[in-house]
Ligand binder design. Structure first.
Ligand code: G4P
Length: 529
C-alpha cells in the first residue's frame, strides 16, 4: 500500500453541530482528552458569544481570537488522525458553519436530552442532508431529567427528517440514570457520578438475559431494559454502514459529555464507521483523494487579529495528493502560481509549520488578499471544486461611505470582508448602489467596527426592507427574461461574482414572479445545477 493511501485511511475529518448550549464544546473537549491532545477539562475555549453581548465588541474580538484557535482541532486516537472542524453555533454565523460543512466528511449532531431538537440543529442538519453527509447523533446530558429516549428518537426522525438506529440506550435518566447499554459493543457502562472526569466501569455481557444484569442494575430496570431492546430490534432498522455512508441512516448514541459518559463509545464507533476523506466533484471531473497530484479548496478565511499585519489565514481542505511546503501551486481562478513557505497545520493546542499534509487535513495559508472562499488550488490542473454556495441573506441594508476621503479604504475593506465571507455584497444594476446582506443583524456591527479599526474607513447603513435574494437562472436572450428584467429592474443586482440576483420584498412577490415568468428560475442559493 502506498504511503499516501495509508495516510488517507488514517484520517477522519468531521464537524460537530448543535444548537448553542447542547454541549458541543464540552463534547469536543472530552474527545480531545481521550486523544491525549489536552490534559485537563476546561482547556477548550467556547467560542460562543455570551448572551446579551451582541454589541460588546471586545466580546466579538475575543470570540474571533478563539475562533482562530479552535478552527481546526486535530488529535490522534487509536492510530487515526482526527480533525475536528469548528462550527460556530450562533445563528448569526450560520453561513460560516454552512461553508465549514463543505470541508467535513461526516458530522456528529449533539442534542440536549431535555430540549430535544432545536432550531439551529434543524437548519444545520438540513444542510447536511442536502449533501448526504453521514451523521451520527449524540443525545447529551443524560444525567439530567429529559425526554423519554424513544420519544426523542421519534422527534429526531420527524423534525430532522432522519432515519435513526439507536446503537446505545440509556438505563434510567436524571437522578435514576444508571448507565448505558451499548448495543454496538453489547455491554453496559455504569454511571458513577462521583467519578466525573474518569470513565466509569464497563461490564460486558454476552447475553441480555444474563441474570447478573439484574444484580447490577436491579430487577425492574433490567426487565425494562430487555423490553426496550426488544422494541429497538422490532422497530428500528438494522445498522448498515452503507446506508450510514450514503446519508440514509443515522446511528444514535446517548451519554453525558460533561461526565465523560458514553463519549468513548461514541468515539470508538466513530473511528470504526466514519468515512475517511472522500472524493469530491469538480467542474470537470470527480477528484479522488488517492490521486498523486495535490488539489484542495478554501472554505474559510480568517483576518489577522492584529490590524498592523493585514495578512489573513486561508484554510484549505486537502482533497487529493500530498500538499508540500515551498512547492508551486496554481490558484485556478486567477491562473496564478503560488508557493507557500509557512503553511500551518493545526493541533489541539497549537499550530505549526508543516512540510507535508494529506487529504482530509486542513492547512492554513498566509494570504495577503489573493484568496476568496471557494477558491481551488491544484498542482497545475485547471479544475474548480463545486459546492460552496452562498445562501440568501436574511437582512439587507444599503451601505454608505461616511468619510469621502476614505472611499478607497472603504471599498477595499468591504471587498476583503466579503472575501472572508462575513456578509454578501450586492450592487444594484440600476444605479450601482451597494447593499450588504447578512444572515444576522450582528454582522452589521462587526463590519462597521472592523472597517473602522482595520481599514480606517467609516460607513453608515440605510434600512432596506427585503425578504430574500434570489439568484436568477434564465436565458438572458429570451423575451420572457427581457420582460422580467424590464419590470423588475429596480430590484436587480449583481453579487460579488457578477451573478444576477433578484431582490424580492416578500414571499408573495417571489410567488407571483415565478407564476408570471415560469422560465426565469429563482434560487435561494447561489449554486444550482
Ligand atoms: P455548546 O458548545 O453547544 O454551546 O455547549 P457547551 O459545551 O458550552 O455546554 C453548554 C452547557 O451545558 C455548559 O454549562 C456545560 O457545562 C453543560 N453541559 C454539557 N454537557 C453536559 C452534560 O452532559 N450534563 C450536564 N448536566 N450539563 C452539560 P454552562 O453552565 O452553560 O457553562 P459552564 O459554566 O459549565 O461552562
Amino acid at each position: 500500500m502506498s504511503d499516501l493511501i495509508k495516510e488517507i485511511q488514517k484520517r477522519k475529518t468531521f464537524g460537530i453541530i448543535s444548537h448553542p448550549d447542547a454541549g458541543k464544546t464540552t463534547l469536543t473537549e472530552k474527545l480531545l482528552l481521550f486523544g491525549g491532545a489536552i490534559q485537563e477539562a476546561g482547556a477548550v475555549k467556547s467560542n460562543k458569544i455570551k448572551k446579551g453581548a451582541t454589541s460588546d465588541f471586545m466580546e466579538i474580538e475575543r470570540q474571533r481570537g478563539i475562533s482562530v484557535a479552535t478552527s481546526v482541532l486535530a488529535f490522534e486516537y487509536r492510530d487515526h488522525k482526527i480533525n475536528i472542524l469548528d462550527t460556530p453555533g450562533h445563528k448569526d454565523f450560520a453561513e460560516d458553519t454552512y461553508r465549514t460543512l463543505t470541508a467535513v466528511d461526516s458530522v456528529i449532531v449533539v442534542i440536549d436530552v431535555a430540549k430535544g431538537v432545536e432550531e439551529q440543529t434543524e437548519k444545520l442538519v438540513k444542510v447536511c442532508r442536502m449533501r448526504n453527509i453521514p451523521m451520527l447523533v449524540f443525545i447529551n446530558k443524560l444525567d439530567r431529567e429529559g425526554k423519554d429516549a424513544f420519544d426523542l428518537l421519534d422527534e429526531v426522525e420527524q423534525k430532522l427528517g432522519l432515519r435513526v438506529v439507536p446503537l446505545s440506550i440509556p438505563i434510567g435518566m436524571g437522578s435514576d440514570f444508571q448507565g448505558i447499554y451499548n448495543i454496538w459493543e453489547n455491554n453496559i457502562q455504569l454511571f458513577l457520578e462521583e467519578k466525573k472526569q474518569k470513565v466509569g466501569e464497563t461490564i460486558k455481557f454476552d447475553n441480555i438475559n444474563d441474570p447478573s444484569i439484574d444484580e447490577v442494575i436491579g430487577e425492574k430496570a433490567a426487565q425494562n431494559l430487555r423490553d426496550e431492546l426488544e422494541l429497538v430490534q422490532s422497530v428500528y432498522p438494522e445498522f448498515s454502514r452503507e446506508d450510514y455512508m450514503n446519508g440514509d441512516l443515522q446511528p444514535v448514541f446517548f451519554g453525558s459529555a460533561l461526565n465523560n459518559f458514553g463519549v468513548r463509545e461514541l468515539l470508538d464507533a466513530f473511528i470504526e464507521i466514519a468515512p475517511m476523506p472522500q472524493p469530491k466533484e469538480s467542474d470537470t471531473r470527480l477528484v479522488k483523494p488517492e490521486e498523486s497530484n495535490f488539489t484542495g479548496f478554501i472554505f474559510k478565511i480568517h483576518a489577522n487579529m492584529d490590524p498592523k499585519h493585514r495578512d489573513r489565514l486561508a484554510f484549505v481542505k486537502i482533497v487529493s495528493g500530498t500538499f508540500k511546503r515551498n512547492e508551486n501551486y496554481l490558484l485556478v481562478r486567477e491562473g496564478k502560481k503560488m508557493k507557500f513557505s509557512s503553511p500551518n497545520a493545526f493541533f489541539a493546542d497549537k499550530k505549526e509549520i508543516v512540510d507535508e499534509s494529506f487529504p482530509g487535513d486542513i492547512v492554513g495559508l498566509h494570504d495577503t488578499g489573493s484568496f476568496r472562499i471557494g477558491d481551488t488550488l491544484t498542482g497545475g490542473e485547471k479544475l474548480s471544486f463545486k459546492g460552496i454556495p452562498s445562501f440568501s441573506p436574511e437582512h439587507f441594508r444599503y451601505i454608505n461611505n461616511s468619510d469621502p476621503l476614505k472611499a478607497k479604504q472603504l471599498a477595499k475593506g468591504v471587498d476583503q470582508l466579503m472575501d472572508e465571507g462575513v456578509a454578501q455584497l450586492f450592487t444594484l444594476e440600476m444605479n450601482g448602489r451597494k447593499i450588504i446582506g447578512t444572515v444576522g443583524a450582528l454582522q452589521y456591527e462587526v463590519i462597521q467596527y472592523r472597517l473602522e479599526h482595520e481599514y480606517g474607513a467609516k460607513c453608515t447603513y440605510e434600512p432596506l426592507s427585503m425578504h430574500k435574494a434570489c439568484w436568477v437562472e434564465a436565458d438572458e436572450r429570451s423575451e420572457e427574461f427581457k420582460e422580467f428584467a424590464r419590470l423588475k429592474q429596480r430590484f436587480l443586482a449583481r453579487d460579488k461574482y457578477n451573478q444576477l440576483v433578484f431582490l424580492a420584498d416578500s414571499s408573495f412577490t417571489i410567488h407571483m414572479t415565478q407564476e408570471k415568468f415560469p422560465n426565469v428560475k429563482l434560487h435561494f442559493i447561489s449554486e444550482f445545477e
